[in-house]
Ligand binder design. Structure first.
Ligand SMILES: Cc1cc2nc3c(=O)[nH]c(=O)nc-3n(C[C@H](O)[C@H](O)[C@H](O)COP(=O)(O)OP(=O)(O)OC[C@H]3O[C@@H](n4cnc5c(N)ncnc54)[C@H](O)[C@@H]3O)c2cc1C
Ligand code: SF4
Ligand code: SF4
Length: 836
């Protein structure tokens, strides 16, 4: 029996044990593990979760019984002080000596504490272990008991610093981040993405101080502030230092192993140190001149060391290590992959930025446009897994690379499927699980759902970032075998939108909380809240005024937020017909509130630049003059565009304006899974572009031709001919049925065109349901639509008449002050927001 001693029972030391005992040939070895911390290895990546429940056990990588059952001796609370290479022994802090055949150093790293005057004061912490967190919690509780407005700073605006910033917020202290560099996360983000992240973090209450070098920590025994320069002081009551890590390589130094110039124990691609019986893995190992401060490379190193000791000498560490990462920092997605900062000589970058929504996406593409070289995502990293795989596997990218990053709501389309990945693609890098292994677990090993696949492969059990992709793979593989796959709206409801619609309707559920109690789990999220808001609206015609908190931002304020944080006002102009008097009112309101005006593509007038407190004042004037909400902000009917038709046009066959007004007024205020647009053209010349809409009517000899499921935008789709030569009443009847059926059955944020694409049986099936009434639901659909039409109320009128509803139109929740940070510059006799 040979002895393996593992020094360090952190994430990587544990993973070494787990991998070793799962491999054939391990029977001839006895493993003894030493850990300096008082408990078995725990998940440091999710350390911050300790603030939520203070349950150390919940973070454990495995309980003590696991070590026992695998014949591993785990000795915690003991530090190893010396390695005697000549005798192949080690000594512990209890002065006991142990012999080894192989030694594995997985001593990790410790936080770097810069040599700042006063750094030893009470109230200064680092952020690495459960004990660090316990110390902070205790100190914060004492501070708050005497000073409810106590402040804490984090020194370091990198990845861990921001995580610590969240900890400060969770402890109820006023959070400050102090960073030496001029931007946040300088190692992962470029200047623009860093700025977007900063805006987002500031919007949720973090105070960020950049380009600050701390000279000294102020205070007597305990910290009272940080001094950056003369007259530049930040008063704080607590400080968390997060200024990088240093490998815990002291054992290597004292036993003369080869060391890196700036620390770390040098290893080769077998994870061997300069002594072939001693291996180093994880954050203590210096491989190719680098310490990799992430868990995935550490797990790869554990795999290599375990194989090498077992004699599988062909398993080596790859030459280059992928440092791509995806994190959720204070609830904000941040990811970077490949070469995030690529020089212009190597290729070009495509950037999508929306500062209002705090979104930034950058991809770097080779000069020939064929391959993806890297990228950065802030605010929404849902594309990360697929982009990362495309980069890793050198997959072909679309001719127009912007398709890869445009959000679906902006017309971006899904690009490639997980099933297009090669079987060798490593989907879960923490646990090295390939696409092939996940699919095989279903096709050959009998897994029937995600839980089975996770149990068999361990995919998703590391950082968890691969979960969306694993879910897609499991679903697609099950579907390919003809098995049922359940698509749910989010993790809080295990139902799809159609099922939830039925449940809410049949059970007469009245509000979101009741739905969550009856059919859901947890607290809900930004996906299920607006989805349910839309369901309530389409069942009861309730406006966003009823359940304000579950609406998305635009619906909450009944206006579209614009890029400088102001809002736009769009009154309804049904069919695009407007009287001179109405034009004058709009002009007068625009002048009075100094609003930029523009005619929209939907034939109405958009007034831009209104501050939130002005919205009710503006709407009051418009409503007094007979206008109504145009619902330009809602997932609802927008406009029914028309040409002048037979009223004026010499080619016109029918009165397109009259019919467009009738249709727009019929469906105004109707909430739906996505926005809805219509068009009516007076002849086949199609001046109203009706075939680019969700529904369109074109006048022909003998009536109207009805087209459905078209859209404009980034991926235009022509609407499909649905029925011909209809009279007005039949056209409305089919429209009622079609719209109601779409509302009942489409997923959240699915427009009519992709809904039809997925509808089993396609347009022929839709015709059967709507025209031939094959399901026997036509009367019900019509009656339901008529019920909604009868209940319509203008939501802006509701809002301005109710003082309670008006309270939300304030800049600051706790005061009536207005936002005086807005800056406009002149443009062509109007104004525009000053560039950011
Ligand atoms: C708050 C936080 C968030 C993080 N988030 C992420 C993330 O999102 N993604 C990611 O990839 N990485 C993240 N990391 C980094 C990740 O946790 C580390 O890469 C990983 O834990 C390294 O594992 P390790 O086993 O090498 O070192 P460690 O986990 O540090 O374990 C080393 C262990 O060895 C013990 N030890 C040291 N010397 C001795 C000795 N002489 N005798 C006995 N025991 C000894 C130490 O006490 C320690 O328990 C995060 C880290 C922190 C602190
Ligand atoms: S309004 Fe113009 S800039 Fe804005 S999303 Fe539409 S096309 Fe893009
Ligand atoms: S679509 Fe026909 S009726 Fe309408 S404006 Fe154009 S030409 Fe005239």
């Amino acid at each position: 029996m040979k002895n393996i001693i593992v020094i360090g029972n952190g994430m990587v030391g544990y993973k070494f044990c787990e991998k070793f005992v799962s491999k054939p040939g391990n029977e001839g070895f006895k493993i003894t593990v030493f850990g300096e911390e008082p408990r078995p290895a725990y998940d440091r990546v999710h350390l911050s979760e300790y603030f939520e429940n203070q349950d150390a056990q919940a973070l454990e990588m495995a309980p003590r019984s696991w070590y026992e059952s695998h014949n591993i001796e785990l000795i915690t609370g003991v530090r190893i002080t010396d390695i005697h290479r000549a005798t192949k022994t080690i000594t512990s802090s209890k002065d006991i000596t142990y012999s080894y055949d192989y030694l594995v150093l997985s001593t990790g790293s410790s936080p770097f504490v810069p040599n700042i005057k006063g750094v030893e004061k009470q109230g200064v912490f680092v952020y690495r272990t459960i004990e660090d967190l316990e110390g902070m919690l205790e100190y914060a509780a004492k501070l708050k008991a005497t000073n409810p407005n106590a402040k804490a700073a984090v020194l370091g605006g990198g990845l861990l610093g921001l995580e610590a910033g969240k900890a400060v917020m969770d402890m109820g202290l006023e959070p400050h981040i102090v960073e030496f560099a001029p931007k946040l996360m300088p190692r992962q983000l470029d200047a623009r993405s860093s700025q977007v992240l900063q805006l987002k973090l500031e919007s949720i209450g973090l105070n960020i101080h950049l380009s600050k070098a701390t000279n000294q920590i102020l205070g007597d025994a305990a910290i009272t502030g940080m001094e950056f320069g003369e007259d530049d002081v930040l008063d704080v009551d607590m400080l968390i230092i997060s200024a990088g890590i240093r490998p815990r390589d002291e054992l290597g130094k004292t036993c003369d192993l080869e060391m890196g110039v700036r620390g770390g124990i040098v290893v080769n691609n077998k994870m061997q140190t300069s002594d072939t019986h001693i291996y180093a893995i994880g954050e203590v190992a210096l491989y190719h001149g680098m310490i990799y401060g992430l868990v995935a490379p550490g797990y790869d190193m554990a795999e290599v060391a375990a194989n090498q000791i077992l004699g599988n000498t062909e398993i080596l560490m790859p030459e280059s290590i992928d440092m791509s990462t995806k994190l959720k920092l204070i609830g904000v997605d941040v990811a970077s992959f490949g070469e995030p900062f690529m020089p212009a000589s190597k290729g070009h970058s495509v950037i999508f930025e929306d500062k209002t929504k705090h979104l930034y996406k950058r991809i770097n593409v080779s000069h020939d446009g064929k391959s993806l070289l890297g990228g950065i995502l802030v605010g929404d990293a849902s594309d990360y897994n697929m982009l990362h795989q495309m980069y890793l596997n050198g997959m072909a990218i679309p001719e127009d690379p912007s398709q890869l990053i445009l959000p679906a709501s902006e017309g971006g389309k899904s690009f490639g499927s997980v099933m297009d990945l090669p079987d060798t693609a490593q989907v879960c890098s923490c646990e090295s699980v390939s696409k092939g292994a996940i699919c095989c677990s279903i096709t050959e090993q009998g897994s029937n759902n995600l839980t089975d696949v996770i149990a068999k492969t361990k995919a998703t059990t590391g950082c968890g970032g691969c979960k969306p992709m694993v879910v897609d793979l499991v679903n697609e593989t099950l579907k390919s075998l003809g098995k049922e796959v359940k698509e749910t709206i989010c993790e809080h409801f295990s139902f799809n939108r159609q099922e939830l619609y039925d449940l809410v309707k049949i059970n007469k559920v009245e509000d979101y909380e009741e739905a969550l109690n009856l059919f859901g789990d947890g607290d809900g999220c930004e996906v299920c809240k607006p989805a349910l808001a839309s369901i309530f609206a389409t069942i009861t015609m309730e406006t966003p005024n009823k359940q304000v908190v579950i609406q998305d931002t635009n619906d909450r304020f009944l206006a579209n937020i614009q890029r400088n944080g102001t809002y736009s006002v769009v009154p309804r102009v049904a069919g695009g017909e407007i009287t001179p008097d109405q034009l004058i009112v709009i002009g007068e309101v625009a002048k009075k509130y100094d609003l930029y005006t523009k005619i929209t593509g939907g034939q109405r007038i958009d007034l831009f630049g209104a501050q939130i407190h002005e919205l009710p004042l503006i709407w009051k004037e418009l409503i007094d003059a007979g206008f109504e909400s145009g619902h330009a902000y809602g997932k609802s009917l927008r406009t029914v565009k028309s040409c002048v038709g037979s009223t004026w046009c010499r080619y016109g066959m029918h009165e397109s304006v009259t019919f467009a007004i009738e249709i727009e007024n019929r469906y105004k205020g109707l909430r739906s899974p996505h926005k809805l647009k219509g068009g009516v053209s007076g002849c086949i010349r199609e001046c109203a572009e009706a075939r680019g809409k969700d529904f369109g009517l074109i006048a022909v000899d003998g009536g109207w031709n009805l087209y459905v499921c078209g859209n404009g935008g980034a991926t235009p789709k022509h609407a499909i001919l649905f029925a011909e030569q209809l009279d007005d009443a039949t056209a409305i009847k089919y429209l009622d049925r079609f719209l109601m059926y779409y509302i009942r059955t489409a997923g959240p944020l699915v427009r009519t065109a992709p809904w039809l694409e997925k509808l089993h049986g396609g347009i022929d099936y839709l015709k059967k349901v709507i025209i031939e009434d094959s399901l026997g639901i036509a009367d019900d659909l019509e009656a339901e639509m008529q019920g909604l039409v009868n209940k319509y109320e203008c939501e802006w009128k509701q809002a301005i008449e109710d003082p309670n509803l008006l309270k939300r139109f304030r800049h600051f929740v706790n005061s009536d002050d207005t936002d005086d940070n807005l800056v406009f510059v002149p443009m062509r006799d109007q104004k525009m927001p000053k560039a950011w």
